[in-house]
Design a protein around this ligand. Structure first.
Ligand SMILES: [Zn+2]
Length: 226
């Protein structure tokens, strides 16, 4: 960070470098005082203000409903994972068949939003765990990825949040997640590097060991034709 830059410039640098300040999503204490409908109302007014400031004619048929549409999309869809009520109920089962090897759920499609620019992050998550006493429904892993992705995010934080949640639900440290994603704020603006993607990884428990990690990465690279 530059020493002579103003505070504003420093924050700008943090944003452009995609540095995350915390593992938990930074939420205010009053985050859920308003219900969804109340939030949609406030956001709708603010989006109207932004579009009017940009000089757009909101009487135009095509733009008329945009503030409402955007507000609903923020609250119910792309930032819906901020609300703890939407956290997927992770029903787990006893590991009856005593499967003690690695289970990998790969190529989970991931749509998130960069919290520094509010532009899309699009990619794939690969998640793995080694069961102790508990197993989890396969689709639940996709749902956990989706829940944490539906927040303003930083890829590293998203990666850690997915691993921590699975560790908690499964009662084991032996969980890993690799994310490979494109950030539209990098691809479509700023440096405009359309080909780059960002890979992050978080390894817990046995996945910190070279052989286990290698096995996981080999499964990810496995090319199966269906
Ligand atoms: Zn960004």
């Amino acid at each position: 960070m530059k020493l002579d830059s103003t505070l504003e410039e420093q924050y700008e640098d943090v944003g452009n470098d995609h540095v995350s300040s915390s593992v938990d999503t930074p939420l205010r204490k009053d985050a859920f005082l308003l219900n969804d409908d109340e939030k949609i109302n406030v956001i709708q007014k603010n989006v109207t203000e932004i579009l009017l400031t940009l000089g757009l004619d909101l009487d135009d048929d095509s733009l008329k409903e945009t503030p409402k549409r955007v507000a609903k999309m923020f609250v119910k869809e792309i930032f819906g994972g901020l609300h703890p009520n939407r956290k997927p109920k992770s029903s787990t089962f006893e590991n009856k068949y005593k499967y003690g090897e690695m289970l990998v759920e790969k190529n989970i499609t991931l749509y998130s939003t960069c919290e520094h620019h509010l532009l899309p992050i699009v990619g794939k998550a690969h998640v793995a765990y080694i069961s102790k006493r508990t197993v989890i429904g396969l689709s639940k892993m996709n749902r956990i990825v989706d829940y944490y992705a539906k927040r303003p995010q930083v890829q590293e934080r998203l990666n850690i949040q997915i691993v921590k949640e699975l560790q908690k639900v499964l009662g084991t440290d032996d969980v890993a997640c690799v994310i490979d994603a494109k950030h539209l704020c990098v691809n479509s603006r700023g440096i405009r590097d359309i080909d780059s993607s960002t890979v992050t990884a978080e390894y817990g428990g046995k996945f910190k060991e070279e052989t286990t990690r290698r096995e996981f990465l080999d499964y990810i690279n496995l090319e199966t034709n269906f």
